[in-house]
Design a protein around this ligand. Structure first.
Ligand code: PHE
Length: 344
C-alpha cells in the first residue's frame, strides 16, 4: 500500500469512527489514535523518508489536508457531545417545585439563658467582668470564707448536698466572691452566673438545682448608695423606666449591713395585684456591704477598701419577666412551652 492509499484508508476509517462516537471519552480515544504522538497520521508523517524527494511536498500537503479535515470533524463532534452532555445533565437536575420541603424547625433560647444574656449585657455595660466558679465547691469557700460558722443552720445537711466532709455542691454563687478577692487585686467589679444546689423539695417556686448571678464590687470609696444605684440601673434596664428598688433590712453572714431588695411589681407597676400580694413590691435579691471580716479573710485591707455584693435568683427574674407561674415548667423541657420564647 503506498502512502496515498494509506492516507485514504485513514481518512475513511476516521470518518466512519467519528460518526459512531457519542461521548467524550470515545472522542478522546479517537483523537489520540489518529492525531496523537503515536497516532496513525503522525506515524505516516514519519515514514516520509521512503517517499522520493520530489514527491515529498505534495505528499506532505496531502497529509496536512487530511489532518485538518479530521481535526475539524473531531471539533464539530466535540461541540455536539458537549451539548448532548449538558442537556442530559440539565434533565437530571430538574427541580420539582411541587415537592413539599423537608420540615425544618429553628431552635430557641431557654428563658433562663435569655434573661442571663440581658443581665450580663447590663453589667458588662457598666464595666463588670464575668467570672465563673466551680459547682463542686470546698466548704472553705462556700461557708468558711463567707463567714458562715460551723454551727450555722445553712450548713445543715437538710439544706446542703455534701460530697464529703469538706466538699459540697455550692449552695450559692457567693464562694466566687472569695475566689475572686483571693485572685485579683482591687478595684474589683465582677458578676458570676451559675448553677447552685439546695436540698429542697420540688414545687412551683423551689428546685434542688437553680441559677443565681452574684455581683461583687470592691474599691476605696464604695458605699451603700453605689449598691442602690447599681441595682436601680439593673432593674430599669431589665424591666423598664418605671421600675425601681426598695431595700429592707436583712441579715447575711457575709454582708453588713444586709438588705432584701424588692422591685416595683412588674405586673401592676406598684398598684397592688395577685403577683405582689397587693404590696406593689416583689422580692428578687439579697445584697449588702461586704462584711469587713470577709474582706480580711480574703486578704483585703478593710480599712482601705469597702465593697458591696448581691445575689439574684435567675429563675425568679425569668418567671417575672415572662409571666411564668410555675418554676417546674423551666426544667421539664416541654417543647410547646419552650417554643414560646423564640425571639427572632
Ligand atoms: N448568697 C445569698 C443567697 O444565696 C445572696 C446574697 C449574695 C446576699 C450576696 C448578699 C450578698 O441567698
Amino acid at each position: 500500500m503506498d502512502i496515498q492509499e494509506q492516507l485514504k484508508k485513514i481518512q475513511d476509517e476516521a470518518a466512519s469512527q467519528i460518526s459512531r462516537i457519542r461521548d467524550k471519552s470515545a472522542l478522546e480515544d479517537a483523537r489520540m489514535r489518529i492525531l496523537g504522538k503515536k497516532g496513525e497520521l503522525t506515524m505516516l508523517l514519519r515514514s516520509m523518508g521512503q517517499v522520493p524527494p520530489e514527491e515529498r511536498p505534495k505528499v506532505g500537503q496531502m497529509i496536512n489536508a487530511v489532518r485538518e479535515k479530521v481535526t475539524a470533524q473531531l471539533e464539530a463532534l466535540e461541540q455536539e457531545v458537549k451539548k448532548a452532555e449538558t442537556a442530559k445533565q440539565l434533565e437530571k437536575e430538574t427541580i420539582d417545585i411541587t415537592e413539599p420541603r423537608p420540615h425544618v424547625t429553628a431552635g430557641s433560647m431557654h428563658p433562663i439563658s435569655l434573661v442571663l444574656d440581658q443581665i450580663l449585657q447590663v453589667f458588662t455595660g457598666m464595666g463588670f467582668d464575668v467570672v465563673e466558679g466551680p459547682e463542686v465547691e470546698l466548704d472553705h469557700f462556700n461557708f468558711e470564707l463567707m463567714n458562715i460558722p460551723k454551727n450555722h443552720p445553712a450548713r445543715d445537711a437538710q439544706d446542703t448536698f455534701y460530697i464529703n466532709d469538706n466538699t459540697v455542691l455550692r449552695t450559692h454563687t457567693s464562694p466566687v466572691q472569695a475566689r475572686t478577692m483571693l485572685s485579683r487585686k482591687p478595684p474589683i467589679r465582677i458578676v458570676s452566673p451559675g448553677r447552685v444546689f439546695r436540698a429542697d423539695e420540688v414545687d412551683a417556686t423551689h428546685s434542688p438545682v437553680f441559677h443565681q448571678i452574684e455581683g461583687l464590687v470592691i474599691d476605696k470609696d464604695v458605699t451603700m448608695a453605689d449598691l442602690k444605684g447599681t441595682l436601680d440601673a439593673f432593674a430599669k434596664a431589665l424591666y423598664g423606666e418605671g421600675v425601681t428598688t426598695r431595700f429592707r433590712p436583712s441579715f447575711f453572714p457575709f454582708t453588713e449591713p444586709s438588705a432584701e431588695v424588692d422591685l416595683t411589681c412588674v405586673n401592676c407597676h406598684g398598684k397592688g395585684c395577685r403577683v405582689c400580694k397587693d404590696t406593689g413590691w416583689i422580692e428578687v435579691l439579697g445584697a449588702g456591704m461586704v462584711n469587713p471580716k470577709v474582706l480580711e479573710m480574703c486578704g483585703i485591707d478593710s480599712k482601705v477598701y469597702k465593697g458591696f455584693a448581691f445575689g439574684v435568683g435567675l429563675e425568679r427574674i425569668a418567671m417575672l419577666r415572662y409571666g411564668i407561674t410555675d418554676m417546674r415548667l423551666l426544667y421539664e423541657g416541654d417543647i410547646r412551652f419552650l417554643e414560646q420564647f423564640r425571639e427572632d
